[in-house]
Structure formats: structure tokens, C-alpha cells
Design a protein around this ligand. Sequence first.
Ligand code: PEP
Ligand code: MG
Length: 575
Amino acid sequence: MPESEYIIEGIPASPGIAIARARILAQKETLVPRSEKLDDEEVEIEVERLHGAILEADKALERIEKMAREDVSDRAEIFEAHRMMLADPVLAESIVANIKNNRCTAHAAIAAEMGRLAEIFTGAADESMRSRAEDIRALQSHLIGCLLKTPVVHDFHNDAVLVLATLSPSDTVLYARNKASAFVLETGGINSHAAILARAFGIPMVACVREIAAAARPHTMMIVDGYTGRVIIDPCPDTVEHYRRRKNELEAQRAQLGELRHLPAETTDGVRMVIAANIDMIDELESAMENGAEEIGLMRTEYLIMGGTVLAGMEDQLAQYNQIAERAYPMPVTFRLFDIGADKLVRDLSGPSSSPLGLRGLRLLLERRDLLENQVEALLRASRMKNLKIMLPMVSSVQEVVTFREVAESIKARLQQDGVEFDAAIPIGAMIETPAAAVISDALTTVCDFFSLGTNDLAQYTLAVDRSDEAMAAYYDELHPAVLRLIRATSMAAARAGIPVTICGELAANPLATELLIGLGVRRFSVQPPMLGELKMRIRSVNAAYAKVRAREGLRLPTAAAIRAFASEPGTPVT
Ligand code: PEP
Ligand code: MG
């Protein structure tokens, strides 16, 4: 039998698996506005039509917001934001001015004004600003739809895979309500509002599948794998069977994780762990909260400015940090200062080295006081609600932390003088990610309020392996006994001094490491949001007292291979 199936890859934007027939939704026609010049009377009519359309658009959004509140209450604010934008008098005034000045139709004026606004945000360096462009475009087509009285979609899509070029947030709600089984989009990405809503509704989505329009035919069978981003058109019976089994397994697992959501991350003998999330972008906050994060254990700030310019002023940074602090509140957020250099280079900034042994992290910031002072001032100003912490990357000596504290104190004094409200006791901690820091962790406790184990770099520097060099991958092993001994030293020093230690490197999410880490005294884990559920499940199966015995035994082993074998065979817990 000839193989008929055809596989296309896209971006996995909402997890889940769907096996269903395709429904190709025709692109809403890109209606071109009439271009003739209007006379005075027509201009007045167009202004009236515009106001009517704004009212109509708001009523429709109000209905959709209500539906969203019923189904996915924590996502309904997307529509609230759209309605606020629509109600902004400056927007309406600019469209009216465009109609009057150019004597053009309301349609042409909306397209010109909102298109211009979207364009401004499209070029922004920051992800959340770019997503405003998406909002404006969605609102623009909604408003034009109301103006031209294009009917709102209310077809039934029971169990169909919907194939679309783009998807607005409001259409996502309508399709979800009509039981779409998956979305396959030609465009879009993981942080679009449509993707956020699809995740909230639990509908699988694969975005950015460029060839889908050419490859998909109506009513063909499709498999959409929202975990891997794979779309299979006309799958063979064996493939269908494989995915059916996988879908059932995953659904059972999800149900189990869902039940766990409200249970604490506690071991079988009642030792409470804190589970936190590592995030790079503000939009990941939602996913962190959804997955049960109790804190943001690592907010990597260099990604806020990557692709843009690191010389972003204090005010720009403050706007970003304020947004994060407010959206997360009362959840604590640990901001790591710019860790620029090695694998994290920033366009437009000369100085940091691409070599892992070159200038990076705190050393770079202490040489570039302008960068350091701007960032610390922005963080202090954003700390007034007392839910922020400052974490120093790539610490290798006590002196670096002392110098940093002097800089922070002088900024605090200036802010105090200016009457600025901030958290004077903001906790300051160190990433323990160089062997030097781990070895002198006892001394570092005297100048740090907390530690965070960055095992990605700790493994790189301990094992002398460039973590970005694929040719060296076989030598890079976070379960190497040398790395584990440094974790033990750090955790013991922190325990003696009574300061908290979190683990935020990838090792924190490694299933083989959970019991060992608990045995080594780690009580706080920070992982990527999707890993939180499984981490909690594992924590809840560990006995902390027994883990301590096991860790002692495991750390006597001489090789990573032996430790891996030991960790994969659970022993018998003491009761
Ligand atoms: C680490 O080094 O383990 C870490 C968490 O930081 P990054 O991966 O950003 O260097
Ligand atoms: Mg690091």
C-alpha cells in the first residue's frame, strides 16, 4: 500500500492531540476600501457610519468577553483590553480626522490609522509590545467587519481541525465555543493571544505552518500534535492508531496533573518544597501561574532587550519591570541582572566576549557601571510592592558582591533623597554557577540573602566543556559527581547560614535528579513552566528522609554513568 501521509512541521503553540477532518476556513476577503474622494455630505455620513461601527464593535466584543469569562475567566482581560482600545477617544478622533482631511471612506481611514498604529508596534524590540500590534490588527478587522456588516462566524465546527491563515482572539473564542478540535495556522507563534486562548480552552494549536494552505484539502483526515508541532495530513491507519493511543495516555496523565494542581509540592513525609518557574518573557507569566508556580525563581532579563539595544534607558526598563511586578503580585519574582556574554550576546553592545571564559555576567556589569546602575535603579523603583529580588549572575568572589552592594546602596540613597518609594530591604542573592562560587559558598553566605544554583553553567565550568559546543556534548553531564558535590557544598553552606537555596538550572527538571537533589538538601526548584506539573508529581512520590540516605550513597559513586544507573532504580523507602 503506498504511503499516503504527508507531514508538515510548525510551532507547537497549544498542547494536545487532535485526530479529525480538516475544515479550511476561507480567508476573510481582504476588502480593498473605495478610493474616490467624497463630497461634504458623504464625509458626514462616513463619520456617522464610523461611530455606528464603533458601537456595534463594542457590543460584539462585550458578548465575546462574557463568553470568555464563562469559559476561561482568567483570559477574558484580552477583550477588556480590546474594548478599552476601542473606547479610546484619541483613536476615534484620529480616524475622523483622516476621513475629513483625506475625504475618504471610514473603511479607508480605519485601515490607514490602525495600520499605522500596528506598524509602530510591529517594530518594537519587546515581545509584549509586538503583541499589541497583533491586538490592533485584530481590532481593525473586527471594526471593519462591523462597518461592512460582515456576519460574525457562528458556524459549527464540531470536531473539525480548523485550518486558517490567521486567527484573532475573538474568533478563537467563537470557534472554541463551537467545539473546534484543533487549530492549524499559517502564521502566528506561541505567545499570540490566539495561542494563549487556545491553551486556556485546551485546544491543540500548531502555528506558523507555512505550507498548510497548499497541502490541506477540505475534509481530509489530519492529526495535529500540539506537543511537537507536527501536522500529519492523510495519516496511515498505523499512524492513526499510534496517535489514538498517545492521545489517551496523555489525557489520562493530564487529568492526573490537573488533580495535582491544588495539592502542595510536599514529600510523602511532609517536607514542603517550593516550586518556581524560570521565564524569559513577560508573556510566560501566565503559563507559569497556570502550571502552579509559587514564585518566579529566575526571570532572565537579557531577553527583554535581546534583538533591541541593551542601552535601553532606565525608564524603558522600569516600564517592563513594573508590568512584571504588577502582573505577578503577590508572587515573588527573582530578577537576574543582565547576564551578557558567552552564549548570551546582545546586538549593539561591544565589550562582552563570546567565549565562556571571557567577560560576562556580573564582571561585565561592574565594568559597565552605566548598564548596571540603570538596571538596578529600574529594579529598585519597580520594587515598591516588595515582591522583587535581585540575583547576580556569574559571581566568582565575595568582593564582586560587596562592590555590587556598594553600588546598590548609593542608588538607594539617591532614591531616598528624591522621595521615591522602593523596597529598601530587597533581597540580593548570587547565582552559584562557577566552581569558585560553590567552593566559597560558606563565605558568600555572609554577603548574600539567597543562592540559586545555575547548574547549566556550573556543569560547563566544572567539567571544562563549552555548553554551546555540540561536538563536546558527550562530555557535558550535570549528573557528574563533581557537579553534585558542588551542589552539596552549596546547599550545606546555605543551610548552616540559614539562607534559602533554589536550583534553577536544567538539572532541576531532570526526572533522575529530583530525589537526589532533595537528598542533598535542596528545597526550592525553579523550572520551565511546562515542567512544573511533572516535577510536583515526582516530589510528591519522594520520601525526604530516605532521599537523604540515597543521596549519601549516590554521591559515593565515581562516575556520572553509575549515578544515572543508581538514580533510575528507586530503592525501598524507609517508612
Ligand atoms: C544556569 O546557568 O544554570 C542558568 C540557569 O542560567 P543560564 O542558563 O541562563 O545561563
Ligand atoms: Mg548561567
